[in-house]
Design a protein around this ligand. Structure first.
Ligand code: NDP
Length: 274
């Protein structure tokens, strides 16, 4: 029987996950890994995430992706957590195995892979500024440490950034800043993990924040955000949106479910041209 997968969120109509996974599956046509269907975008009621997951399990789905605002509930629902999901305190990939629900988080993997492989940026030892302390920032902080980024975090509500960094393992310490404290500092990579772009807002970054050759990475995708415009106008050498991250995190979910790694470059190219 063909294995079924879906994505759950609220809202969900915008999700590109079905298209991405359908293209991945086509790469393995005729092989067991390609014998899957991923077409459902499931709008769960805000108080109905657990019931929706239960329904999918009863209908023999093999797993699902989880997006805003359910990544924390997915963590609670998981009966077994992969280490990186535990650190992130958020889950974006569920795999159903008998009675078990395996929870993982592939966002950080996706970001690091997009920056290092697709954009060819070496982060080791570099000064990296992570803006935000919400679900996305939690998911990417540890993977950035894992490749030895020298990490600073800034968030509008500074207490949230302090709570986030306090939970990191003790070998890894990030400095936490207010936006005002960034005046006079420079970073090799600035990552916007805030949702400011959704509201067409610009975090209060000072000009002069980008070191020579710096990368400005916006996690949002689909349009040029105020942060991307600011970065282009203020000396960032490379400005990227989060589309590559989206496809790379999906490829890691595919690997968790199907045991093989799809090619991402043709999928990024095909979807960008649509
Ligand atoms: P959350 O709601 O969990 O967190 C929002 C964060 O943004 C908070 O830290 C908040 O600060 C900050 N923020 C919001 N508005 C502003 C502003 N005007 N100025 C400064 N800070 C602001 O959102 P997520 O972490 O889930 O998502 C963040 C972004 O990442 C979204 O745009 C999402 O689309 C994107 N994303 C992209 C992915 C990809 O694959 N490309 C994957 C996951 C997320 P405060 O704490 O002070 O309220």
């Amino acid at each position: 029987m063909t294995d079924k997968y879906a994505v759950i969120g609220n809202p969900i109509a915008h999700s590109k996950s079905p298209e991405i996974h359908t293209m991945f599956a086509e790469q393995f046509k005729g092989k067991p890994a390609g014998d899957m269907v991923y077409k459902d975008r499931i709008l769960a009621p805000l108080d109905g995430f657990a019931a929706t997951v239960e329904r999918l399990r009863k209908e023999s789905y093999k797993g699902c992706n989880v997006t805003v605002p359910f990544k924390f509930e997915a963590l609670q629902l998981s009966t077994r957590l992969i280490g990186r999901a535990q650190v992130a305190r958020a889950v974006n990939t569920l795999k159903f195995e008998g009675n078990a629900i395996l929870g993982d988080n592939t966002d950080g993997f996706g970001l690091v892979r997009d920056i290092t492989k697709n954009l060819g940026f070496d982060i080791v030892g570099k000064h990296v500024l992570l803006m935000g302390a919400g679900g996305a920032a939690h998911g990417v902080a540890q993977p950035l440490f894992d490749i030895n980024a020298n990490l600073a975090v800034v968030n509008r509500t500074v207490e949230k950034a302090q709570r986030m960094t306090a939970a990191f393992d003790k070998q890894h310490q990030a400095t936490v800043h207010t936006y005002e404290e960034l005046v006079g500092q420079r970073f090799d990579v600035v990552i916007n993990a805030t949702s400011s772009g959704l509201a067409d807002e610009m975090p209060a970054l000072p000009p002069g924040i980008f070191a020579p050759g710096a990368l400005a990475y916006e996690m949002m995708y689909g349009r040029e955000t105020p942060f991307m415009k600011f970065a282009s106008a203020n000396g960032a050498a490379v400005v990227s949106d989060g589309f590559g991250m989206l496809v790379e995190q999906a490829a890691e979910s595919f690997f968790i479910w199907r045991g093989v790694r799809p090619e991402t470059a043709p999928v990024i190219a095909a979807l960008r041209n649509r």
